[in-house]
Design a protein around this ligand. Structure first.
Ligand SMILES: [Cu+2]
Length: 472
């Protein structure tokens, strides 16, 4: 008995730690960046192909392992004499060999057909006139007809998202409507990167000198279905799963519901993406986010960006020849900021022609706080504009475009929460936060560059933060 017990114990000593190691590597399949939790048509297709090959592999494992065990058992030596015998020798069995070749071929064909179909599917948005394909894929024609295009440019170590149909550009957060297909054109301006958006689109490389392509369409039903802590599937509302991005609700909701280290999304419409091809020091932190929106919210977001990035809609300097409506934004000098400084004012009532702006008459109010205005000024004087554009496209393209930065959920290419605390850390020493990033280490940046000297400049940093987070 005692011997049996010790034997058992030794067995468990080996098995338990092995199991712990084995399952320790597992996580819930709906993990933030899991390819096993598809929420769109293209990723679902890839998942199905993957599962087909898993089942085939399991079948093969059992069939081959089973035969092996059977033969080992059946033809084992039963007596010491038998063990001494040399078994009959043969060169093989051509029937068995031929059937094995045929069986392998059949399995390869079974795998190849859906794989090739998947490659075709991933590589091209279906033709809107091809009714039978649309029906097979259960796609609305309008989802294809109204597809949106996003030109994605990979840069060390962030992403540029340009929407050519709307003439807007942003970085690191891809906002899209769930009702429409999204075409993704992939290019790079430096080295090879790889665009990986596992729950929606799969993965595709960005190659210098070549344009690659990918598309996805999200499944709103799957987005609003959530797994709770006990593993039950529950349906939430659209409002809960896809808060509006344009008015900052998405950002607020994510911050309120989720610790940064949480492994699961608090909000269904938030997707994590990642560069999946080693591209340098901070490659591991070259991530991005995709934010699902209803049509209405997406349109509002586009409108807001278009207004922000339309040079004709920027506040112009005050002109006494113009009449101004209540609410108009105009800039004119404000001595309280600095001798030659202008700031933005908002008209409190209709301002008739021919007047000089008179602050004493309470016709104008400051459009932004003093810190915001000072931060805005610092953004130019500290040479941030060298690399960043805010609002207008095309200027300062070495770094991410920071238009409406205050509604962005993430900082430094998707991997940190975009809040005051992190932004302060980033501005004081971005190299500490993201080693090797090209803001700190870019061309023309050395220890004399003003951005490297913000470490002890709390006031300036706070003004910059007020300005950047005030862009909303
Ligand atoms: Cu990379």
């Amino acid at each position: 008995m005692k011997i049996l017990f010790t034997k058992l114990q030794t067995k468990y000593f080996i098995i338990f730690p092995a199991l712990i190691l084995f399952f320790g590597g597992c996580s819930r399949i709906d993990h933030k960046q899991s390819a096993l939790d598809p929420k769109g048509l293209v990723s679902q297709n890839q998942y199905d192909i993957f599962m087909l090959s898993v089942w085939i592999t399991i079948f093969l494992f059992c069939a081959v392992g089973g035969c092996l065990l059977y033969v080992l058992w059946k033809y084992r030596a039963k007596t010491p004499e038998e063990a001494m015998e040399v078994p009959p020798q043969s060169h093989g069995n051509s029937k068995v060999e031929v059937s094995l070749i045929i069986a392998s071929t059949v399995i390869l064909v079974i795998l190849a057909i859906p794989t090739l179909q998947g490659v075709v599917l991933m590589n091209r948005v279906p033709d809107p006139n091809d009714a039978s394909t649309l029906e097979k894929l259960d796609l609305n024609r309008s989802a294809i007809d109204n597809a949106i295009t996003v030109n994605v440019t990979g840069k060390r170590f962030f992403w540029v998202f340009e929407y050519p149909q709307y003439g807007i550009v942003t970085a690191n957060e891809l906002v899209f409507p769930t009702s429409r297909a999204v075409r993704i054109n992939l290019r790079t301006e430096d080295v090879i990167h790889s665009f990986w958006l596992p729950k929606l689109a799969g993965k595709m490389d960005l190659m210098p000198g070549q344009e690659n392509f990918l598309w996805f369409i999200a499944d709103q039903d799957k987005i609003i279905t959530r797994t709770d802590d006990n593993g039950n599937k529950i349906k939430t509302s659209i409002d809960e799963a896809m808060p509006s991005v344009f008015n900052g609700q998405m950002r607020e909701r994510i911050f309120a519901k989720q610790k940064f280290t949480d492994e699961f999304e608090a909000v269904g419409g938030l997707f994590y993406g990642q560069c999946a091809e080693y591209c340098g020091n901070s490659h591991a932190y070259m991530s991005f986010r995709a934010l699902a929106q209803t049509d209405e919210d997406f349109d509002s977001w586009v409108k807001k960006f278009q207004n922000a990035q339309n040079p004709n809609l920027q506040p112009s300097s005050y002109n006494p020849e113009n009449e101004y409506n209540k609410g108009s934004l105009v800039s004119f000098p404000d001595k309280s900021l600095g001798d030659s400084d202008v700031r933005e004012f908002r008209a409190v009532k209709t301002i008739s022609k021919g007047q000089a702006p008179n602050l004493a008459k309470k016709e104008w109010v400051k459009a932004n706080s003093d810190d915001y205005e000072k931060g805005k000024k610092l953004f130019s004087s500290l040479q941030c504009v060298q690399c960043h554009a805010i609002n207008r496209t095309g200027l300062g393209s070495k770094g991410p475009n920071l238009t409406l930065f205050g509604i962005r959920t993430s900082l430094a290419a998707g991997w940190m929460r975009n809040d005051e605390e992190n932004l302060v850390k980033w501005l004081k020493n971005s190299n500490d936060v993201k080693f090797g990033n090209l803001m700190w280490n870019g061309e023309g940046v050395d220890d004399t560059h003003p951005l490297r000297n913000l470490e002890n400049e709390d006031e300036k940093v706070n003004q910059l933060v007020t300005y950047l987070l005030g862009l909303k």
